[in-house]
Design a protein around this ligand. Sequence first.
Ligand code: XMP
Length: 319
Amino acid sequence: NWTPAQIIEDQIARVRDQVGDRHVLLGLSGGVDSSVVAALLHKAIGDQLTCVFVDNGLLRKAEGDQVMETFARHMGVKVIRVDAEDLFLDKLKGEADPEAKRKIIGNTFIDVFDAEAAKIEGVDFLAQGTIYPDVIESAAAKTGKAHVIKSHHNVGGLPETMKLKLVEPLRELFKDEVRKLGVELGLPYDMVYRHPFPGPGLGVRILGEVKKEYADILREADAIFIEELHRADWYHKTSQAFAVFLPVKSVGVVGDARRYEWVIALRAVETIDFMTARWAHLPYELLETVSNRIINEISGVSRVTYDVSSKPPATIEWE
Ligand code: XMP
């Protein structure tokens, strides 16, 4: 009969025992798992922890700043922020295939992380936010998206020359337990209970080729959607909700002038396990507010649609 406080105490003791006075490196993504590991390790070993946060330019609005605010400013965790937007966009240039985009983003992440890690001296351990379902999944040796992403988020591709030993304090925990630990460790509720966000980020929510212009528009649209979901008290009634950028020009009229502008699709689903999902029956008034705000506040968007497809066959993400 474990409480979050007991698990934390137990893990702190184990981590201290494992790493002694050595240094630990952690890839911080801003997601729940790596965030909880960061908070836990900071509590256990303080300055012996260095986090690397790679901003790939495909994050949600203000996400990078929030990560720095929470960990670096408030908690005093050592976080190195790498601004790699240009590099990611450059590597993605001209690529429209979803799986190829995933690979590019994953590989670029590993390159950037490794280059940063190589600059830090005296690191013997690599911490990862592996949780119990990841362990099961790797054991089953499944291939496919989830595996690819986990290996990219959790940095499975570190060069062997680094010879880092792993620290995985969440290995025996389920997601809901990890969340409780996060709250107990003082992480903001909104961070701990945020909807899941794919490793490739907006890279798979911009259909086809990724461009900065598209990412900037999508960030704004997504932020409006999420803000209104919170305001209407619908955020936590959905399992995942986000905007998608469609690189399609649709006609709109402003005054007498016809304009051809981009389309934003809204997606919101309810699901238990993310294997199947039902589109969320959001109130029309909420959809109307979101649509009006997106069209009025974001230049370049003239049309908003709502995705009424369930999974299967439609996946939750559009790519
Ligand atoms: P789909 O689109 O397959 O998504 O119905 C199911 C869940 O997985 C997430 N997802 C990903 N997560 N890397 C990730 O880390 C990916 O490449 C990826 N693709 C989908 C998706 O957001 C949803 O929660």
